[in-house]
Write a protein that binds this ligand. Structure first.
Ligand SMILES: *Cc1c(COP(=O)(O)O)cnc(C)c1O
Length: 428
């Protein structure tokens, strides 16, 4: 497979864009090689500028549950563009999408739309701090909540530490308010509450998708809920990835635990830049203009993005069995990988939640970030390169999730498992 045009394009891009990319993970740094420049995509397939075709398990990092260029979403977007791209004034489609969401969740009376997951979580944190009138937050090692200052905190080893910034430019004065705990380890959370009386909220990916796929135990989530109630803190589920992905109701559809605030993104925009956060009325009404907690956005609730989101959500609601079907395909893929890997003496840990899946090159179960870091990332890098050369596009890091989209057929999955058999045998 030749990628000469992508190689040249990457060199050109690097001259005018830092690292040649607009989001770091796209640069393929952790797997080596050159990022593929995409020309177009349709259904389950990506086409690069050299004319190669790939089956796509990234799906724009999650949003495209119906695959690329779904005709219903495309039509909704094209229709909306005819009326104007943005008005900076209220439109009916915002209320329509908000209503679709609030009808689905007992604990969400109102939602506000923003333009990215980062913005949704950043705003949710401000709302939680303002509502509780407390400054500290608890976050988990290995969970990603976008790149806003308070949440860009290095996963440190050791039990519980006040977070130190994981990037220059993030003031330590700010991240000292971010307490780090271990995923699936309730004692580490209790220690945070012992060390601070000023905790506004716990934020968690209830199905972690940004350290590879690592679901939270149900009991752990229940314990978090109880600790929040006991100490007067809010529980925030960051469902930017898992929302409408793990099930129609996201992680909340698979758990009995009810968070106070929920953040959405990715699928909710159907491929357009959208984020959202929602909660019960008492909390949401603290937002400006009715309340005193400020939050705003010039392109928030953009009509094109709202139309794409609404078309996606309506289509998901109209196809309630889609999650079982996608999960069956995800299981088929990961079970297949486990088997073909084993034939070559390679141990894989695999996991599936609805249309999300993950696999770790590790012989031990992965329950938290420390476990995830013990994986064989060199092996993953080789696996990634070789699968790519065979026309299979996976996220270019061991610490990401994979996604099944509706147009992926069983035949396609069989084909990928066959390729994996060859690739694993070359790895061992
Ligand atoms: C992707 C993601 C974000 C950030 O969303 P962006 O749209 O990239 O800003 C936040 N939280 C989670 C759980 C995510 O997966």
């Amino acid at each position: 497979m030749l990628i000469q045009k992508s190689k040249i394009a990457f060199e050109d891009a690097k001259k005018v864009i830092p690292g040649g990319v607009d989001s770091p993970v796209r640069a393929f740094k952790s797997v080596g090689g050159t990022p593929i420049f995409i020309k177009k995509a349709k259904g389950a397939y990506l086409h690069d500028i050299d004319g190669n075709r790939y089956i796509d398990f990234v799906q724009s990092w999650g949003p495209l549950i119906f695959g690329h260029c779904d005709s219903d979403i495309e039509e909704a977007v094209l229709e909306a563009t005819k009326n104007g791209l943005s008005f900076g004034a209220p439109t009916l489609v915002e209320t329509a999408l908000a209503s679709e969401i609030t009808q689905m969740f007992d604990n969400i009376d109102k939602v506000r739309f923003v333009s990215s997951g980062t913005e949704a979580v950043m705003s949710a944190i401000r709302l939680a701090r303002g509502f509780m009138n407390k400054d500290d937050i608890i976050k988990f090692e290995g969970c990603y909540h976008g790149h806003s200052d308070s949440l860009l905190v290095q996963a440190g080893s050791g039990a519980v530490t006040f977070g130190s910034p994981s990037s220059p430019g993030v003031p330590a004065d700010l991240t000292k308010h971010t307490l780090l705990a271990k995923y699936n380890d309730i004692n580490s959370v209790k220690k945070c509450f012992e060390s601070s009386k000023n905790i506004a909220c716990i934020i968690i990916e209830p199905i972690a998708g940004n350290m590879g796929l690592v679901p939270a135990d149900e009991e752990f989530l229940q314990d978090l809920r109880n600790l929040c109630d006991e100490h007067g803190a809010l529980l925030i589920f960051d469902e930017v990835m898992s929302g409408f992905r793990a099930s129609l109701k996201g992680a909340q559809g698979l758990s009995s635990v009810k968070p106070d605030i929920v953040t959405f993104g990715k699928v909710i925009g159907g491929g357009m830049p959208v984020g959202a956060f929602g909660a019960r009325g008492e909390i949401m009404d603290r937002l400006s203009p009715d309340g005193d907690i400020y939050q705003a956005g010039t392109l928030s609730g953009n009509p094109i993005a709202m139309s794409a989101g609404l078309a996606s959500l309506k289509k998901l609601k109209a196809n309630p069995d889609i999650y079982d079907k996608l999960e069956a395909k995800a299981k088929k893929l990961t079970d297949g990988f486990k088997k073909t890997a084993k034939e070559s003496g390679i141990e894989l840990q695999v996991g599936v939640r609805g249309s999300m899946f993950g696999f770790f090159f590790s012989s031990n179960e992965v329950k938290n970030f420390d476990d995830a870091l013990k994986c064989d990332t060199d092996k993953f890098a080789l696996f990634h390169q070789k699968m790519l050369q065979n026309g299979v596009y996976f996220a270019c890091s061991q610490f990401e999730s994979g996604f099944i989209c509706e147009p992926m057929s069983d035949e396609m999955i069989d084909e990928v498992i066959d390729i994996s058999k060859k690739v694993f045998s070359e790895l061992s």
